[in-house]
Design a protein around this ligand. Sequence first.
Ligand SMILES: Cc1cc2nc3c(=O)[nH]c(=O)nc-3n(C[C@H](O)[C@H](O)[C@H](O)COP(=O)(O)OP(=O)(O)OC[C@H]3O[C@@H](n4cnc5c(N)ncnc54)[C@H](O)[C@@H]3O)c2cc1C
Length: 415
Amino acid sequence: MSKKIVVIGGGIIGLCTAYYLQKEAHEVIIVDQSNCASGASYVNAGLITPSHIISLAAPGIITKGMKWMFNSSSPFYVKPRLNYDFLQWTWLFKKSATQQKVTRSIPVIRDINLLSRKLYEEMKADKGFNFFHQHRGLLMLYATDKGGEEEWKVGKKAIECGLKVNHLSQEELQELEPRVNSKVKGAVHYLSDAHMTPNEFMQQMKTYLLHKGVVFKTETEVLDFTLQSNSIQSIQTTQGEIYADQVVIAAGAWTQNLVKKLQVNIPIQAGKGYRIDVKNETEISIPSILIEAKVAVTPMKSFTRFAGTMEIGGINHRINPKRVAAIAKAAEKYYSNLKISTEEKELAQCGLRPCSPDGLPFIGRVSGYKNLTVAAGHAMMGWSLGPATGKLVTQIISNQKTSMDIAPFAVERFS
Ligand SMILES: Cc1cc2nc3c(=O)[nH]c(=O)nc-3n(C[C@H](O)[C@H](O)[C@H](O)COP(=O)(O)OP(=O)(O)OC[C@H]3O[C@@H](n4cnc5c(N)ncnc54)[C@H](O)[C@@H]3O)c2cc1C
């Protein structure tokens, strides 16, 4: 039966959710506090990453984080704060960073990534779209032997779980990607990965949804909810009240603050990252991650994007020029003849990854409410997982069998 569904958040998760909901003939309204173009979904590296089988909360990351904490240009930074949500999240993150939990998550992350990659391919084949999407894999470039050894261990795990991965010598890498600097010692090439141009896709998806009758309420912040017994009756916004049969909260890094109004606790911290776009031809043809510097490099449609850093420091969009400079410097070190101009660095933007403590997203219904579903907390994989999340949310709301087991994404797993 067709329902009136309000989706809060017009990032990749909200738009993909609307896409599958309208296909099931539901009436969909997307509400976003901005013009829908300010979220993480516009600044990301556009990588579709079945390769990212190891979640951020992995053993060793705490020690590394402590070392990096006092370095203003480090790729990972946690700003200590006396704030309950932050302290609780840090505690849960530490508890999740065990070998056992990481191993348990590997097939889950692989399966949802492969599902999503397939769904992007299906969208690509849809006549309503004409977006840039290439499947050339992802090169994990290493400049140190230690980096190479660590990455190849992950590569072997990925092979064990069915992904195609090659370990490339320096010569093989040079042949495949001649722009890589000779200081780079080799690469682990994950053939499973694809890449896109996020802004282009987001724009096409908005146009598509508008054409299909989805309503966009932009510059409209959701402030609160009106309840009737154990249902949400309407949402209160800066532009008035909106009634809904079902509500989906896909508010990225803002989700925890929003669900608090419903007495629900979903631990999500914002992980700030930056992107620099280079318009001049870089001749880089395959996406890469510079593993020592933790910088992602993506050749997009008519430009190259360099993205990096993970700053757990609350919700704000302040740009730290030292971290932007560190991204540019690392990129220039790994690629020959690459020069990122001062102007390009000045035009850098940042976005907030919605980070869950265990690296898995929150997808599912909230107990205690008949009509509330949450889709958030995708951290470093939100771009990759947009379509799979949208599909799963639609199946949940339409009472259909889900395409995969959603138990690992349970919204109240930390309650
Ligand atoms: C530098 C960087 C590089 C990245 N690279 C990749 C990558 O290569 N591959 C990958 O898979 N992922 C990547 N990511 C992660 C990915 O971008 C995010 O996980 C994803 O964009 C999250 O999408 P979202 O829709 O949940 O959140 P967002 O895109 O942040 O959207 C949330 C929306 O909710 C709205 N909102 C919030 N609160 C309210 C409210 N109260 N009322 C109304 N609206 C509200 C906001 O305005 C916003 O538009 C990267 C992230 C960054 C920062």
